[in-house]
Design a binder for this molecule. Structure first.
Ligand code: PLP
Length: 294
C-alpha cells in the first residue's frame, strides 16, 4: 500500500538550542486539509522547496538538499531553516515511506497573510515509474528563457538561483516542449548560452570531457549533477563547469538531463537532431544514483 502523508512542522529558530524536534511535527493524511486559505505559498508561490528522492526508505543527498533550501531561503529573505529540525523531519518522513522509490518534498513558505510566518511542511508520496525514460531517454527542444546569462547579477530580485515555489514558467515550458513534439526542454539565455532544463540539470559529454553550465546564479546548482560529478571524478574523469554556447549542443557524443527523482535521462534528440546515447554509462549512472548516498 503506497504511503502518502505530510508532516506539518512548527519551525524552530535557526540556532535553537535543542536536539530533538519530534514534538514540532504533526502527521497529517495527504488528503486531509492542512493549510490556511491565507497561505502565501498558495496565493503567490512565495516560498521555497526541495524534492528529495527516496530509495528503499533512504533519503538521498539530504545535506546538499538542506544546503540548497537554506540558500534559497536566504535569497528570498525567509527565516533560515533549522538544519537539525529538517534533518529529523526527513528521517521521520523516510521511515514512513514504503518499499521502492518515493519523493519527499520540503516546503518553506512565507506563511499566512496577517498570520503566523513561516509555514513549513514535508510531503511523502510514491515516485512515478521512470524506468522507461532512464533507459530510452527524452527528446528535447531548446527554448528561449528571455534573459541574458548575466541577469542574476543585474537583477537579483528575479531569484533565479533559488528553488522557489513559482514553477508556473517551468511547467509552461514543458507544455510548450510537448506541443513541439518533444518530452522536455533546455532553456537558452537570450545571448545564446545553455542554461538548464525546467526541472533538471544538463550534462554533456564530448569524448572524455564532461561539462555542465556553470551555476553563476542564473540556474539552480543541481544536487544530482553534483553527485554525478563525484562519481565521474572517482572514475578518473575531470568534469567541468563552463559557459556553453547553444551551437555546441548538437555536436556532443552524449547528453543527459539529471534530477533527484527521475535521475539520469539520456537525451536522444535536440531540436530534432539525433544525439548518440551512451547506454552503458547511462546504466552505470542510474545504478550509482539509485545506491544509498548522503
Ligand atoms: N534545475 C531546475 C530548474 C530544477 O527544478 C531541478 C530539480 O527540480 C534541477 C535543476 C535539478 O536539481 P536536483 O538534481 O537537485 O534535483
Amino acid at each position: 500500500m503506497a504511503q502518502r502523508f505530510a508532516l506539518m512542522i512548527d519551525p524552530a529558530e535557526v540556532d535553537a538550542d535543542r536536539t530533538d524536534f519530534a514534538d514540532t511535527f504533526t502527521k497529517v493524511d495527504a488528503a486531509a486539509p492542512a493549510l490556511s486559505v491565507g497561505e502565501l505559498s498558495t496565493q503567490r508561490g512565495d516560498g521555497v522547496f526541495e524534492s528529495i528522492g527516496v530509495v528503499g526508505r533512504h533519503a538521498q543527498e539530504v545535506i546538499p538538499h538542506l544546503e540548497r533550501l537554506a540558500h534559497s531561503a536566504r535569497l528570498c529573505d525567509l527565516p533560515l531553516p533549522n538544519q537539525a529540525q529538517w534533518r529529523q523531519a526527513i528521517e521521520v518522513a523516510a521511515a514512513g515511506c514504503g518499499e521502492g522509490e518515493y519523493v519527499i518534498k520540503l516546503i518553506l513558505s512565507r506563511g499566512v497573510e496577517h498570520g503566523p510566518t513561516p509555514t513549513a511542511w514535508v510531503t511523502v508520496a510514491p515516485a512515478s515509474d521512470f524506468s522507461d525514460v532512464r533507459e530510452n531517454g527524452v527528446r528535447v527542444v531548446t527554448l528561449d528563457r528571455g534573459y541574458d546569462l548575466d541577469v542574476a547579477q543585474r537583477a537579483p530580485w528575479l531569484l533565479l538561483g533559488a528553488k522557489t515555489l513559482s514553477y508556473a514558467v517551468n511547467m509552461a515550458a514543458l507544455r510548450e516542449a510537448r506541443r513541439r513534439g518533444a518530452d522536455d526542454a533546455i532553456f537558452l539565455s537570450r545571448d545564446g548560452y545553455v542554461l538548464e532544463a525546467p526541472t533538471a540539470s544538463l550534462i554533456l559529454r564530448r569524448g572524455g570531457r564532461f561539462v555542465t553550465p556553470a551555476p553563476n546564479g542564473g540556474i539552480l546548482h543541481g544536487t544530482t549533477q553534483l553527485s554525478v560529478y563525484e562519481h565521474l571524478n572517482a572514475r578518473g574523469f575531470a568534469p567541468e563547469y563552463d559557459r556553453i554556447p547553444a551551437s555546441d549542443l548538437t555536436s556532443v557524443d552524449a547528453a543527459w538531463l539529471v534530477s533527484s527523482v527521475r535521475l539520469a535521462a539520456p537525451i536522444t534528440a535536440i531540436d530534432d537532431v539525433e544525439i548518440p546515447v551512451d547506454r552503458s554509462l547511462t546504466t552505470e549512472l542510474n545504478e550509482y544514483l539509485l545506491s544509498p548516498r548522503d
